[in-house]
Design a protein around this ligand. Sequence first.
Ligand code: PPS
Ligand code: MG
Length: 319
Amino acid sequence: MAYEQEKQVAMQATLAAAKLCQRVRQDIPPAMEKSDKSPVTVADYGAQSLVCKALGEAFPNDPIVGEEDATALRSPEYEASRQKVVSYVREIEANASETEILNWIDRGNGQVAPRFWTLDPIDGTKGFLRQDQYAIALALIEDGEVKVGVMVCPALSLTSDDPGTLFVAVRGEGSQMMAITEGELKPIRVCGVEDVSKLRVVESVEASHGNPEQQQKLLDAVGITTPSLHMDSQAKYGVVAAGDAALYLRLPSADRPDYRENIWDHAAGAIVVEEAGGRVSDMYGQPLDFSRDVKLRETRGVIVSNGIIHDRVLEALKR
Ligand SMILES: Nc1ncnc2c1ncn2[C@@H]1O[C@H](COP(=O)(O)OS(=O)(=O)O)[C@@H](OP(=O)(O)O)[C@H]1O
Ligand SMILES: [Mg+2]
């Protein structure tokens, strides 16, 4: 099987990172103010450290393009946060030194290359803080094409009562999912369409990350009447891939027309949906271009579907 080592290493690394995130989240007071980002930063850094350590050992020549870097954490004013990161990482890597932990984080400062990994150690930061959905998202990109994608969604339950779902896909080999507590991967497939009006749609929780007004107009034009599900992070790609929703809409925000999507916010989710039989494009039907930059510079809006309704959505958008 292709990319078997990459798949196994990526799964183990993201599961270890998820364990750390869950530990940090236990320590966040439920009523914590959204603006207090410190525990989030601690979890972001800790998760990036663990994933980059594992990738660095298994694939020392592969650059990693991660969301975080340790520059701030190394400065004296971040002493308290640094100690917290070290202590959470040591719950999993007992013998790690502070220097090693910081260096692992900085392995994530790589550049886009013919073969590289991209990592979002916590996608859906706001969801993480709200005790809602978030994901650890990791993807391997070769020659601009996503070859392997793993997403761990520690708060998502689709097949088991216990929260925690892992999605994984390898190009050409399909997508799989497992409840973390069960540990057994099963193939997944996008849903079919019987009645368009009843299709389920997922959108962001944060209104400012999309364009809720335009998205509603589009759903009206397509004829979908079921109220949307609102969910943080790439977990949205997971529910489309597993057939629990037919469409994920993300139209450009009216307030931030200059915003460009980050590759780590889409690469893992995109392959999981495509390999489950779905389709991913921008609002003009163009594929997402992971070959050039950390930003999807040419991409405007993201449309993720079961494939069957994709052209219908693009046609409605044109109108
Ligand atoms: N203006 C704007 N437009 C589009 N996207 C934006 C915008 N601002 C932020 N982001 C990115 O959205 C990521 C969170 O994804 P979601 O919108 O799916 O989740 S959420 O409902 O906001 O939690 C979030 O990822 P994380 O930073 O990893 O949480 C951001 O990269
Ligand atoms: Mg993100």
